[in-house]
Design a protein around this ligand. Sequence first.
Ligand SMILES: CC(C)(COP(=O)(O)OP(=O)(O)OC[C@H]1O[C@@H](n2cnc3c(N)ncnc32)[C@H](O)[C@@H]1OP(=O)(O)O)[C@@H](O)C(=O)NCCC(=O)NCCS
Length: 172
Amino acid sequence: MPSASFQIGLATPDEVLAVSQVLQEAARWITTWRAPLWDPDLLGEAFARPIIERGHMLTAKVGGEIAAVMILEPEDPVFWPDYPAGEAAYIHKLAVRRAYAGMGAPAALVDHAATLALLQGRWRLRLDCDVPLAGFYEKLGFRKVDEIDVRHPEAGPMRVVRMERHLAAQPA
Ligand SMILES: CC(C)(COP(=O)(O)OP(=O)(O)OC[C@H]1O[C@@H](n2cnc3c(N)ncnc32)[C@H](O)[C@@H]1OP(=O)(O)O)[C@@H](O)C(=O)NCCC(=O)NCCS
């Protein structure tokens, strides 16, 4: 598998369009071979801007070009309402541009997120994903917590696998 060296950082306000294009490309690509995962129309600049302004959008770049993006949020009351706040940082919307697929961008983004989460005093990284992607995240150091049915405010009812990666022991 080819690999690339990715520079990981926070997206800046002048990258709102570029970030939304990466998300929309991933959403459209998915529909070429399986049921839709995300609605591209809901991933435009209006979606990306507030997340970037909060400093919660990570990018993986190669030669200055955004190859992949990922959201890292300090809370997730939609998918993890039954877990105490302050334990974990939460990953969403990992998306890799097709030109950079299979080159290790997810591992670079997730490892950087782990470092940020530890700096923020969190000891777990958590995410929810489509059932077929659980094996992919296991290779990135996550283990399955459970499988739940949720009603997403925008996406409606859905079944997801909840996964977490241990970063440090839970403080006493
Ligand atoms: C998932 C993703 C980030 C992985 O990127 P990557 O590590 O660079 O590797 P690839 O894009 O080659 O994907 C790895 C494998 O996962 C599969 N895959 C990707 N998205 C998938 C999805 N949503 N559901 C099931 N399988 C998926 C790919 O087809 C590929 O399978 P293969 O190894 O048999 O060819 C990237 O494929 C992507 O952006 N997918 C669309 C958005 C997405 O599904 N994000 C995750 C949401 S939880």
